[in-house]
Design a protein around this ligand. Structure first.
Ligand SMILES: CC(C)(COP(=O)(O)OP(=O)(O)OC[C@H]1O[C@@H](n2cnc3c(N)ncnc32)[C@H](O)[C@@H]1OP(=O)(O)O)[C@@H](O)C(=O)NCCC(=O)NCCS
Length: 243
């Protein structure tokens, strides 16, 4: 299966110009940039407001940042906020943050301790702390597969502290830590209905991973490559948001 990283219509979406890219050599797979027209919404496609079908169900998707060279400096968060690494004693506060940010998900301290804080593949958990309260977070996971890649995990901001640049700061921090750890590129999983997050990831140079043909098997272990049309609908929704 061929996997393609696609360039999104950043200008049309009001996004900053993506960072320049270089040939992706760390994976044993063919990757190319696709033309803008390949992702622009198809005018003949079914409008998003029609009766829901399987296409309307949010899909798990993977995005890829093909180079970690040139990660920008981490933006300052305003005092009295502090960006730091999470500690085991933060488990309760981190569970509260993740539970408030991810609607419909329940997190508890024991689960956060087991799945996040004590997982040896999770190399760093960055948090923005406001005193004893945690208001934003992102983590770096380095899995055995694919080698040389970092995974950005558990990106979340407290609903009361959104649009303050906190997620941007911690995701940039995680990308910088991934580069320091020797990673050449980075992946993340998200969902097609997480448009705010996808806009942020695109600003930071992440591109969709698209499968040529509808194949559920993945060439990148643990990732979700979906047909081009899935991402075309996401781009359509982002364009509609941008007006
Ligand atoms: C996605 C999320 C982490 C963003 O957190 P945040 O701290 O508010 O994000 P930032 O303030 O750093 O915003 C950075 C960029 O993200 C995009 N963005 C964030 N929130 C947005 C929104 N509500 N609508 C549109 N774009 C948005 C924008 O491009 C923004 O840049 P700008 O403010 O210069 O336009 C937060 O909304 C959240 O926790 N959502 C629920 C959990 C989730 O979806 N996590 C991602 C899992 S993959």
């Amino acid at each position: 299966m061929r996997i393609k990283g696609l360039q999104l219509p950043s200008a049309r979406l009001g996004l900053s110009t993506p960072r320049s890219v270089w040939h992706h050599a760390s994976q044993n797979q063919s990757t190319t940039r696709a033309g803008l027209s390949q992702l622009q919404p198809d005018p003949l496609a079914r409008p998003m407001s029609e009766e829901p079908t399987g296409d309307d169900v949010p899909a798990d998707v993977t995005m890829w940042c093909r180079t970690l060279s040139g990660v920008p400096p981490m933006p300052q968060v305003g005092a009295p906020l502090e960006v730091r690494r999470a500690r085991v004693e933060d488990a309760g506060a981190l569970a509260a943050l993740l539970g408030s940010a991810f609607e419909g998900e329940t997190w508890d301290a024991a689960g956060v301790e087991r799945e996040v804080l004590c997982d040896p593949t999770v190399r760093a958990i960055l948090v923005v702390a406001a005193g004893t309260r945690l208001v934003s977070t992102a983590s770096l996971q380095v899995r055995p597969e694919p080698p040389g890649s970092g995974w950005v995990r558990w990106v979340a901001t407290d609903p009361d502290r959104r649009r303050e640049g906190l997620a941007r700061a911690v995701v940039i921090g995680v990308l910088a830590l991934a580069a320091q750890a020797g990673c050449m590129d980075a992946y993340l999983d998200t969902r097609t209905d997480r448009l705010a997050a996808i806009r942020l990831y695109m600003q930071l140079g992440f591109e969709p991973l698209v499968a040529d043909g509808w194949e559920r098997a993945s060439a990148v272990s643990g990732s979700h490559e979906v047909p081009r049309e899935v991402w075309q609908r996401v781009v359509g929704a982002l364009c509609a948001q941008a007006g």
